[in-house]
Write a protein that binds this ligand. Structure first.
Ligand code: EPU
Length: 338
Protein backbone atom coordinates (compact mmCIF):
# COMPACT_ATOMS: atom_id res chain seq x y z
CA UNK A 1 0.00 0.00 0.00
CA UNK A 2 1.19 3.49 -0.78
CA UNK A 3 2.13 5.30 2.46
CA UNK A 4 3.66 8.76 2.92
CA UNK A 5 4.99 10.34 6.10
CA UNK A 6 5.10 14.03 7.16
CA UNK A 7 2.63 14.76 4.40
CA UNK A 8 1.17 18.21 3.69
CA UNK A 9 -2.63 18.20 3.46
CA UNK A 10 -2.90 21.75 2.13
CA UNK A 11 -3.74 20.53 -1.38
CA UNK A 12 -6.06 17.86 0.10
CA UNK A 13 -8.63 20.25 1.58
CA UNK A 14 -10.66 22.75 -0.41
CA UNK A 15 -10.16 25.50 2.22
CA UNK A 16 -6.45 25.31 1.33
CA UNK A 17 -5.52 25.30 5.03
CA UNK A 18 -2.00 24.04 5.79
CA UNK A 19 -1.88 20.94 8.01
CA UNK A 20 0.65 18.16 8.29
CA UNK A 21 -0.11 14.53 9.02
CA UNK A 22 2.54 12.20 10.42
CA UNK A 23 1.29 9.50 8.07
CA UNK A 24 -1.16 9.10 5.20
CA UNK A 25 -2.19 5.71 3.83
CA UNK A 26 -3.73 5.16 0.40
CA UNK A 27 -5.44 1.73 0.35
CA UNK A 28 -6.30 0.98 -3.29
CA UNK A 29 -7.97 -2.43 -2.99
CA UNK A 30 -9.89 -4.59 -0.55
CA UNK A 31 -6.74 -6.54 0.31
CA UNK A 32 -4.92 -3.28 1.10
CA UNK A 33 -7.84 -2.23 3.30
CA UNK A 34 -7.47 -5.49 5.20
CA UNK A 35 -3.80 -4.62 5.92
CA UNK A 36 -4.87 -1.65 8.09
CA UNK A 37 -4.31 -2.52 11.74
CA UNK A 38 -6.98 -1.83 14.37
CA UNK A 39 -4.56 0.46 16.16
CA UNK A 40 -3.89 2.53 13.04
CA UNK A 41 -7.56 2.78 12.22
CA UNK A 42 -8.48 3.94 15.73
CA UNK A 43 -6.17 6.97 15.36
CA UNK A 44 -7.18 7.88 11.81
CA UNK A 45 -9.45 10.23 9.95
CA UNK A 46 -10.87 9.09 6.61
CA UNK A 47 -10.46 11.73 3.93
CA UNK A 48 -12.07 11.83 0.49
CA UNK A 49 -11.25 14.88 -1.65
CA UNK A 50 -11.40 17.13 1.43
CA UNK A 51 -14.24 19.32 0.18
CA UNK A 52 -16.14 19.19 3.44
CA UNK A 53 -13.28 19.04 5.93
CA UNK A 54 -11.76 21.84 7.99
CA UNK A 55 -8.38 21.16 9.60
CA UNK A 56 -8.42 23.25 12.78
CA UNK A 57 -4.84 22.53 13.90
CA UNK A 58 -1.50 22.51 12.07
CA UNK A 59 -1.02 18.86 13.15
CA UNK A 60 -3.60 16.56 11.61
CA UNK A 61 -4.36 12.99 12.69
CA UNK A 62 -3.20 9.98 10.67
CA UNK A 63 -5.13 10.01 7.40
CA UNK A 64 -6.62 7.10 5.46
CA UNK A 65 -7.33 8.24 1.92
CA UNK A 66 -9.01 5.40 0.00
CA UNK A 67 -7.82 5.10 -3.57
CA UNK A 68 -10.15 2.46 -5.08
CA UNK A 69 -11.03 3.28 -8.69
CA UNK A 70 -13.30 1.86 -11.39
CA UNK A 71 -16.80 2.06 -12.85
CA UNK A 72 -18.91 -0.91 -14.02
CA UNK A 73 -22.17 -0.74 -15.93
CA UNK A 74 -24.76 -3.48 -16.48
CA UNK A 75 -28.31 -3.18 -17.72
CA UNK A 76 -31.68 -4.85 -17.53
CA UNK A 77 -34.69 -4.13 -19.69
CA UNK A 78 -35.79 -1.19 -17.58
CA UNK A 79 -32.69 0.06 -15.78
CA UNK A 80 -28.98 0.74 -15.83
CA UNK A 81 -27.01 -0.49 -12.83
CA UNK A 82 -23.77 1.38 -12.25
CA UNK A 83 -21.18 0.54 -9.58
CA UNK A 84 -18.54 3.16 -8.92
CA UNK A 85 -15.51 2.90 -6.63
CA UNK A 86 -15.10 5.45 -3.85
CA UNK A 87 -12.12 7.44 -5.16
CA UNK A 88 -13.74 8.29 -8.50
CA UNK A 89 -14.26 12.05 -8.79
CA UNK A 90 -17.96 12.88 -8.45
CA UNK A 91 -18.29 15.35 -11.33
CA UNK A 92 -16.29 13.13 -13.71
CA UNK A 93 -18.63 10.28 -12.74
CA UNK A 94 -21.71 12.40 -13.49
CA UNK A 95 -20.24 13.37 -16.89
CA UNK A 96 -19.43 9.70 -17.62
CA UNK A 97 -23.06 8.72 -16.90
CA UNK A 98 -24.64 11.47 -19.02
CA UNK A 99 -22.30 10.86 -21.97
CA UNK A 100 -23.08 7.12 -21.74
CA UNK A 101 -26.83 7.79 -22.02
CA UNK A 102 -27.43 7.03 -18.33
CA UNK A 103 -29.57 9.78 -16.87
CA UNK A 104 -30.57 10.98 -13.41
CA UNK A 105 -27.51 12.66 -11.89
CA UNK A 106 -27.52 15.70 -14.22
CA UNK A 107 -28.84 17.99 -11.42
CA UNK A 108 -25.85 16.98 -9.27
CA UNK A 109 -23.19 18.10 -11.76
CA UNK A 110 -20.16 20.06 -10.55
CA UNK A 111 -20.52 19.12 -6.87
CA UNK A 112 -16.94 18.85 -5.63
CA UNK A 113 -15.80 15.63 -3.94
CA UNK A 114 -15.57 11.90 -4.48
CA UNK A 115 -18.13 9.18 -5.20
CA UNK A 116 -17.47 7.57 -1.80
CA UNK A 117 -18.25 10.79 0.08
CA UNK A 118 -21.53 11.38 -1.77
CA UNK A 119 -23.70 9.01 0.31
CA UNK A 120 -22.12 10.05 3.63
CA UNK A 121 -23.84 13.41 3.64
CA UNK A 122 -26.36 12.51 0.94
CA UNK A 123 -25.30 15.30 -1.40
CA UNK A 124 -28.13 17.19 -3.02
CA UNK A 125 -28.83 20.09 -5.32
CA UNK A 126 -31.58 21.51 -7.57
CA UNK A 127 -34.28 19.12 -6.40
CA UNK A 128 -32.28 15.85 -6.47
CA UNK A 129 -30.47 13.92 -3.75
CA UNK A 130 -27.93 11.21 -4.52
CA UNK A 131 -29.96 8.76 -2.40
CA UNK A 132 -32.73 8.94 -5.05
CA UNK A 133 -30.54 6.70 -7.25
CA UNK A 134 -28.61 4.59 -4.72
CA UNK A 135 -29.51 0.92 -4.70
CA UNK A 136 -26.80 -0.35 -2.33
CA UNK A 137 -23.58 0.77 -0.66
CA UNK A 138 -20.57 -1.49 -0.03
CA UNK A 139 -18.80 -0.59 3.20
CA UNK A 140 -15.60 -2.10 4.59
CA UNK A 141 -16.09 -2.76 8.30
CA UNK A 142 -12.84 -2.10 10.21
CA UNK A 143 -13.86 -4.15 13.27
CA UNK A 144 -15.07 -7.21 11.36
CA UNK A 145 -12.43 -6.83 8.61
CA UNK A 146 -14.94 -7.55 5.90
CA UNK A 147 -17.21 -5.95 3.36
CA UNK A 148 -20.84 -5.29 4.36
CA UNK A 149 -23.64 -4.34 1.98
CA UNK A 150 -26.32 -1.83 2.93
CA UNK A 151 -29.56 -1.51 0.98
CA UNK A 152 -30.92 1.97 0.24
CA UNK A 153 -33.35 1.69 3.17
CA UNK A 154 -30.62 0.55 5.55
CA UNK A 155 -28.50 3.62 4.72
CA UNK A 156 -31.04 5.83 6.63
CA UNK A 157 -30.70 8.73 4.23
CA UNK A 158 -32.05 12.12 5.25
CA UNK A 159 -31.29 15.74 4.39
CA UNK A 160 -27.46 15.87 4.35
CA UNK A 161 -27.48 12.79 6.58
CA UNK A 162 -27.00 9.01 6.57
CA UNK A 163 -26.02 6.02 8.68
CA UNK A 164 -22.41 6.57 7.53
CA UNK A 165 -22.37 10.09 8.99
CA UNK A 166 -23.98 8.97 12.26
CA UNK A 167 -23.58 5.49 13.79
CA UNK A 168 -20.93 4.23 11.37
CA UNK A 169 -18.78 7.36 11.31
CA UNK A 170 -15.07 6.45 11.48
CA UNK A 171 -15.86 2.73 11.78
CA UNK A 172 -15.28 1.79 8.16
CA UNK A 173 -14.97 2.97 4.58
CA UNK A 174 -17.46 3.16 1.74
CA UNK A 175 -15.71 1.22 -1.03
CA UNK A 176 -18.35 1.22 -3.77
CA UNK A 177 -21.66 2.90 -4.45
CA UNK A 178 -24.19 0.96 -6.54
CA UNK A 179 -26.69 3.07 -8.46
CA UNK A 180 -29.87 2.20 -10.31
CA UNK A 181 -31.09 4.52 -13.06
CA UNK A 182 -34.47 3.86 -14.71
CA UNK A 183 -34.18 3.97 -18.51
CA UNK A 184 -37.42 5.95 -18.55
CA UNK A 185 -35.96 9.34 -17.72
CA UNK A 186 -37.94 11.86 -15.64
CA UNK A 187 -36.51 15.38 -15.67
CA UNK A 188 -36.41 17.29 -12.37
CA UNK A 189 -36.60 20.85 -13.62
CA UNK A 190 -38.91 22.68 -11.23
CA UNK A 191 -36.09 24.55 -9.43
CA UNK A 192 -35.97 28.26 -10.23
CA UNK A 193 -33.48 28.69 -13.06
CA UNK A 194 -34.17 25.23 -14.53
CA UNK A 195 -37.90 25.70 -15.10
CA UNK A 196 -37.81 27.62 -18.38
CA UNK A 197 -36.64 24.84 -20.72
CA UNK A 198 -40.12 23.69 -21.80
CA UNK A 199 -40.52 20.46 -23.76
CA UNK A 200 -37.03 20.68 -25.26
CA UNK A 201 -35.52 19.69 -21.90
CA UNK A 202 -32.78 17.03 -22.09
CA UNK A 203 -30.34 15.65 -19.45
CA UNK A 204 -27.45 17.46 -21.14
CA UNK A 205 -29.33 20.75 -21.14
CA UNK A 206 -30.14 20.37 -17.42
CA UNK A 207 -26.50 19.53 -16.71
CA UNK A 208 -25.31 22.59 -18.67
CA UNK A 209 -27.81 24.83 -16.85
CA UNK A 210 -26.83 23.43 -13.43
CA UNK A 211 -23.17 24.09 -14.22
CA UNK A 212 -24.05 27.64 -15.29
CA UNK A 213 -26.10 28.25 -12.11
CA UNK A 214 -23.38 26.89 -9.83
CA UNK A 215 -20.65 28.86 -11.57
CA UNK A 216 -22.67 32.07 -11.29
CA UNK A 217 -23.21 31.77 -7.51
CA UNK A 218 -20.68 29.40 -6.00
CA UNK A 219 -16.95 30.20 -5.94
CA UNK A 220 -14.62 27.64 -7.54
CA UNK A 221 -12.48 26.20 -4.71
CA UNK A 222 -9.47 26.12 -7.08
CA UNK A 223 -9.53 29.93 -7.27
CA UNK A 224 -11.26 30.90 -4.00
CA UNK A 225 -10.86 28.17 -1.38
CA UNK A 226 -14.20 27.12 0.16
CA UNK A 227 -16.29 24.06 1.03
CA UNK A 228 -19.61 24.93 -0.62
CA UNK A 229 -22.44 25.40 1.87
CA UNK A 230 -20.85 25.79 5.29
CA UNK A 231 -24.11 25.21 7.21
CA UNK A 232 -27.13 23.01 6.68
CA UNK A 233 -30.42 24.71 5.94
CA UNK A 234 -32.30 24.67 9.28
CA UNK A 235 -35.59 22.80 9.63
CA UNK A 236 -38.14 24.32 12.02
CA UNK A 237 -41.68 23.52 13.14
CA UNK A 238 -44.66 24.96 11.27
CA UNK A 239 -45.65 26.87 14.40
CA UNK A 240 -42.27 28.62 14.75
CA UNK A 241 -42.34 29.34 11.03
CA UNK A 242 -45.79 30.97 11.18
CA UNK A 243 -44.59 33.35 13.89
CA UNK A 244 -41.44 34.24 11.92
CA UNK A 245 -43.36 34.71 8.68
CA UNK A 246 -45.51 37.46 10.22
CA UNK A 247 -42.35 39.51 10.61
CA UNK A 248 -40.45 38.34 7.49
CA UNK A 249 -43.01 37.80 4.75
CA UNK A 250 -40.47 37.51 1.91
CA UNK A 251 -38.47 34.77 3.65
CA UNK A 252 -37.83 31.78 1.32
CA UNK A 253 -38.99 28.43 2.70
CA UNK A 254 -39.47 24.81 1.65
CA UNK A 255 -42.33 22.69 2.93
CA UNK A 256 -41.15 19.27 4.19
CA UNK A 257 -43.18 16.09 3.87
CA UNK A 258 -43.76 15.81 7.64
CA UNK A 259 -45.14 19.37 7.88
CA UNK A 260 -41.90 20.98 9.10
CA UNK A 261 -40.37 23.90 7.20
CA UNK A 262 -36.83 24.17 5.84
CA UNK A 263 -35.43 27.71 5.74
CA UNK A 264 -32.62 29.07 3.56
CA UNK A 265 -29.58 29.58 5.81
CA UNK A 266 -28.04 31.88 3.16
CA UNK A 267 -31.03 34.20 3.40
CA UNK A 268 -30.91 34.23 7.23
CA UNK A 269 -27.19 35.08 7.15
CA UNK A 270 -27.74 37.82 4.56
CA UNK A 271 -30.40 39.39 6.81
CA UNK A 272 -27.84 39.75 9.62
CA UNK A 273 -25.80 41.99 7.30
CA UNK A 274 -22.84 39.59 7.20
CA UNK A 275 -22.84 38.89 3.43
CA UNK A 276 -19.43 39.98 2.15
CA UNK A 277 -18.09 40.47 5.71
CA UNK A 278 -14.39 39.61 6.19
CA UNK A 279 -12.39 38.76 9.31
CA UNK A 280 -8.74 37.65 9.57
CA UNK A 281 -8.40 36.66 5.91
CA UNK A 282 -11.66 34.71 5.71
CA UNK A 283 -15.08 35.95 4.67
CA UNK A 284 -18.73 35.39 3.90
CA UNK A 285 -19.00 35.01 0.12
CA UNK A 286 -20.35 38.08 -1.66
CA UNK A 287 -22.81 36.19 -3.88
CA UNK A 288 -23.88 33.32 -1.58
CA UNK A 289 -23.86 33.97 2.16
CA UNK A 290 -23.94 30.24 2.96
CA UNK A 291 -20.37 29.88 1.70
CA UNK A 292 -17.32 30.81 3.78
CA UNK A 293 -14.29 31.69 1.66
CA UNK A 294 -10.65 31.55 2.66
CA UNK A 295 -9.02 34.60 1.06
CA UNK A 296 -5.71 34.58 2.90
CA UNK A 297 -5.76 32.62 6.14
CA UNK A 298 -3.33 29.86 7.10
CA UNK A 299 -5.33 28.85 10.16
CA UNK A 300 -8.49 26.76 10.28
CA UNK A 301 -9.47 28.41 13.56
CA UNK A 302 -10.04 31.70 11.68
CA UNK A 303 -12.77 29.91 9.74
CA UNK A 304 -14.18 28.44 12.97
CA UNK A 305 -14.23 31.95 14.49
CA UNK A 306 -16.14 33.42 11.54
CA UNK A 307 -18.58 30.49 11.54
CA UNK A 308 -19.27 31.06 15.26
CA UNK A 309 -19.86 34.76 14.66
CA UNK A 310 -22.36 33.86 11.92
CA UNK A 311 -24.08 31.39 14.26
CA UNK A 312 -24.36 33.93 17.06
CA UNK A 313 -25.73 36.68 14.77
CA UNK A 314 -28.35 34.33 13.30
CA UNK A 315 -29.27 33.12 16.80
CA UNK A 316 -29.55 36.72 18.03
CA UNK A 317 -31.78 37.85 15.17
CA UNK A 318 -33.92 34.76 14.53
CA UNK A 319 -33.41 32.41 17.52
CA UNK A 320 -32.24 29.72 15.08
CA UNK A 321 -29.18 27.51 15.50
CA UNK A 322 -27.20 26.91 12.29
CA UNK A 323 -25.54 23.51 12.22
CA UNK A 324 -22.28 23.21 10.25
CA UNK A 325 -22.26 20.86 7.27
CA UNK A 326 -18.46 21.03 7.26
CA UNK A 327 -16.55 18.63 9.54
CA UNK A 328 -14.12 20.19 12.03
CA UNK A 329 -10.97 18.12 12.60
CA UNK A 330 -8.97 18.81 15.77
CA UNK A 331 -11.32 21.32 17.37
CA UNK A 332 -11.18 22.67 20.06
CA UNK A 333 -7.49 23.46 20.08
CA UNK A 334 -5.17 26.07 21.47
CA UNK A 335 -4.63 27.96 18.26
CA UNK A 336 -2.39 28.33 15.23
CA UNK A 337 1.04 29.89 15.31
CA UNK A 338 1.23 33.06 13.28
N1 EPU B 1 -30.36 33.32 -0.52
C1 EPU B 1 -30.22 34.62 -0.09
N2 EPU B 1 -28.98 35.10 0.14
C2 EPU B 1 -27.87 34.35 -0.02
C3 EPU B 1 -28.00 33.01 -0.44
C4 EPU B 1 -29.26 32.50 -0.68
O1 EPU B 1 -31.21 35.32 0.07
O2 EPU B 1 -26.77 34.88 0.20
C5 EPU B 1 -31.69 32.79 -0.84
C6 EPU B 1 -31.85 32.55 -2.33
O3 EPU B 1 -32.26 33.70 -3.01
C7 EPU B 1 -32.90 31.47 -2.37
C8 EPU B 1 -32.63 30.68 -1.11
O4 EPU B 1 -31.87 31.52 -0.25
O5 EPU B 1 -34.20 32.02 -2.27
C9 EPU B 1 -31.88 29.37 -1.37
O6 EPU B 1 -30.63 29.65 -2.02
P1 EPU B 1 -29.98 28.63 -3.09
O7 EPU B 1 -31.01 28.24 -4.09
O8 EPU B 1 -28.73 29.24 -3.57
O9 EPU B 1 -29.72 27.31 -2.26
P2 EPU B 1 -29.16 27.08 -0.78
O10 EPU B 1 -30.30 26.69 0.10
O11 EPU B 1 -28.36 28.27 -0.37
C10 EPU B 1 -28.79 24.51 -1.19
C11 EPU B 1 -27.68 23.53 -0.96
C12 EPU B 1 -26.60 23.68 -2.01
C13 EPU B 1 -27.23 23.45 -3.38
C14 EPU B 1 -28.35 24.46 -3.57
C15 EPU B 1 -29.12 24.25 -4.86
C16 EPU B 1 -27.63 23.13 1.44
C17 EPU B 1 -26.93 23.36 2.73
N3 EPU B 1 -27.12 23.72 0.37
O12 EPU B 1 -28.20 25.81 -1.00
O13 EPU B 1 -25.60 22.68 -1.78
O14 EPU B 1 -26.28 23.58 -4.42
O15 EPU B 1 -29.33 24.34 -2.49
O16 EPU B 1 -29.98 23.17 -4.76
O17 EPU B 1 -28.63 22.40 1.43
C18 EPU B 1 -23.52 22.31 -0.68
O18 EPU B 1 -24.12 21.53 0.07
O19 EPU B 1 -22.29 22.52 -0.58
C19 EPU B 1 -24.28 23.05 -1.68
C20 EPU B 1 -23.73 24.01 -2.42
Amino acid sequence: MKIRTKFSLQACNSFNIPAITAEILFPASLSELSELSDEKVSQSYILGEGTNTLFCQPDAPIIIKPNLMGIEVTETEKSFHVSAACAENWHEFVKFCISSGIYGLENLALIPGSVGAAPVQNIGAYGVEVSDFIERVSWYDFSKHKLVEFSQAECQFGYRNSLFKQTLSGKGIITHVHFKFPKLWQPVASYQGLNDMGLAVTPSKIMAKVIELRQSKLPDPKHLPNAGSFFKNPVISRQTFKTMQQQYDTMPFYQQQNGDIKLAAGWLIEQTGLKGFRLKGVGVHEKQALVIVNYASNCGLDIVELSQLIQSKVMEKFGINLEPEVRFIGYPSVGCES
